[in-house]
Write a protein that binds this ligand. Sequence first.
Ligand SMILES: [Zn+2]
Length: 268
Amino acid sequence: MFDVEVFDDTVTCIKTATKMGDAAIMWAYAYQLGDALFDAGCMNAYDELCAYTGTPRIKRVFVSHGHEDHYGGCPAFLPRARIFAGPITTQILQEPPKLPQFFAFVWGQPVPLTDVVPIPDEIDVGDFSFEVIDLSGHMKEMFGFWEPRQGWLFSADAVPLPSRKRMAMPEENLPKMITRMAQIIALKPKVLFDGHRGPIREPEEHIQTRIDFLTDLQQQIQKLGEEGKTLTQIKDILNFPEPWYLPQTKERFGIEHLIRSFLQDNSE
Ligand SMILES: [Zn+2]
């Protein structure tokens, strides 16, 4: 699936997804500003992305992080565009992991990319100047794109989609995610361009709700850890509902990963 939504004179949302029934399973948002694209959507929308002829043509794709819903669509912009990514993300783009069947269905299996250019510290798009900022936590390497004069932050997956995040991926560092969200609030963004929810105006409350939930959960889990409870016992005590698709993620998502991340508390 593919959809285009104009946010304002500068920003266009490019949405990609896989259809199930009549609706998207989940939208992934890429954002076009002039000839630049922040993230590239998913491989399952490859044909639609190839057919997209928004003006000006996209010549630069900046990839926030190495998850398939953010970089899978990159080949649709080749050879016209250059692909920019950080060093860890570049390795993933060059050798994408083979996805479990569930994720291959939800987003599509990415193909290897050969020419990936190091992401710069600053990105100029017309009159706008973006700082490339560290938003690691959701993944070991993730970048956001911050325009201080506009108060725009393209935040990829830095802010969880659910207000109550109850599961995680093994690579997610939850304490660090909380720190990053607090740093985002301190920037006082006017618009948060989220990787899955789309643009959020005046996002402070949206972000704070997620910080509060995860901070409470962190305290609860760490207290249980200090009492000597094992990970399995903590999982039983929390008794979080498990969504139907959880087994199909082949442990790429799990309640255990979230608990483990809080017990290790390797925030910086
Ligand atoms: Zn992600």
